[in-house]
Design a protein around this ligand. Structure first.
Ligand code: DQA
Length: 152
């Protein structure tokens, strides 16, 4: 029997405040809503999800490093660390598995400091601007990437 795909989902700083945080930008969806939706979809697809939120760059870097060799792909909304963290980008690159960068908001249409991402160059792709759907689209995309891998 083939092993289920294992996908690590990481939410960066301040995302625990979703639903209350700047709803005009991030909407009313909470982090629990996002996680519940991802878990329901992953269950239906037979995918294993491990989900974490952290406000700490160091914790995210440590967690990513600890999953070397034990995850097949990463979905990450690095939040503000997108624009500042070489350490998170390096940790993700070390995993050598597909990474999809996610943003709820359309970062390209916001302040210029949000236009640069340290994670984008090591990611397979970025999905931004669709709120909760950015996450579900990313999960679909990752499932497709991983099923192509196993078909080869
Ligand atoms: C965000 C965009 C980032 O610029 C910001 O710092 C966040 C959330 C998004 O999901 O739209 O915290 O990653």
């Amino acid at each position: 029997m083939t092993q289920p795909q294992r996908i690590l989902v990481l939410h960066g700083p301040n995302l625990q405040l979703l639903g209350k945080r700047q709803p005009e930008i991030y909407g009313s969806t909470t982090l629990a809503d996002i996680d519940d939706e991802l878990r329901a979809r992953a269950d239906r697809a037979g995918i294993e999800l491990e989900i974490h939120q952290s406000n700490s760059e160091g914790q995210l870097v440590t967690l990513i490093g600890e999953r070397l060799g034990s995850v097949d792909g990463v979905l990450i909304n690095p939040a503000a660390y997108t624009h500042t963290s070489v350490a998170i980008a390096d940790a993700l690159a070390a995993l050598a598995v597909p990474v999809i960068e996610i943003h709820l908001s359309n970062v390209a249409a916001r302040e210029t400091f949000r236009h640069h991402s340290f994670v984008a160059p090591i990611a397979t792709g970025t999905i931004a601007g669709f709120g909760l759907d950015s996450y579900t689209l990313a999960l679909d995309a990752m499932a497709r990437i991983l099923s192509q891998d196993t078909d080869c």
